[in-house]
Design a protein around this ligand. Sequence first.
Ligand SMILES: [Zn+2]
Length: 350
Amino acid sequence: VTADQPRAGSGAWAEFTVERVDDDVFRVPLPLDGDALKAVNVYLLTHGDQVTLIDSGWSFGRGLELLGEALGTLDLDLTQIDRVLVTHFHRDHYTLAMRLRELFGTRVLLGAGEQCSLDLLLAGRADGRRSMFTLWGAEALRGPVDALSQEPPSFYAMPDDWLEAPTEVSVGGHTLEVLPTPGHTRGHVVFADRAHGRLFSGDHVLPQITPSIGVESVPSPLPLGDFLSSLQLVRELPDLDVLPAHGPLGATSHQRVDELLAHHRHRLDQTEEVVGGRVLSAYNVARQMLWTRRERRFSELDPYNQVLAVSETAAHLDVLVRDARLIQHESDGTRLYSTPSQEATPCAPR
Ligand SMILES: [Zn+2]
């Protein structure tokens, strides 16, 4: 789910199917019932009598059954999955892999940068970023967020191996470059298959929406800075077909990365404008911005999306501080942002 949706997308991609990408690559959207994202694309890479998955769906609901059905159309079954390569720790990508491992001993690999988030989850200390609320000046969200209905429990455990990106993984005749792309989460990775011109982009590069930034209990100090650098990293690769975790095939990486970079440049400008001559918390800035492609007011968002909106705003404010377009100070644990006065503009370090 993202609070920033620059353009509308068709939902047809989310209907369950087995879409052939190549003789040995298939896209299978598994439904995310009740979730705004509608579905997650699982990619099947067949090799010999085995199949490797990229991302897996979530551990509850119809995912396992439908994945079995999809494999059946290729004369394969769930026991023939040798590995699941996972782009990031979010439940719609990672937790069905945990079920597969429990049932069939399937190996599961995840980016090493997700270790901190998994430690917190397994210790029962993942708090949906409630620990950030004071910093953001968003104490007003605590009650509404606590009142949200409990989600079904997701099935989490440690992976079998950590992917120490950058590294490579061989799958049949394919060499997948595992590239670190922190931003959406700290340990997000993408899988580039240069020989076949493909980028399995997870949630890093999505064709129809802009990924939310720092969606984890303990974000990095500058998650949007990480995300923009990770977009640059992908932009420096050859132009590749984007095989995203949410949304249809058809986008190419250079054009889509350029659009995402432009979106954030525009959003940085808007954020700076809202601060104007005032001293504001991230929460106060977020309340004065418009959200989603339909330009909704902050007060029209549900509490979960309000958290995403404040988090997104804080991420932009912190990049503006890094770039000396704003300054910050803390008061009672809340970070306040303001416009630097002319005299106070710091010299750019050489
Ligand atoms: Zn995600």
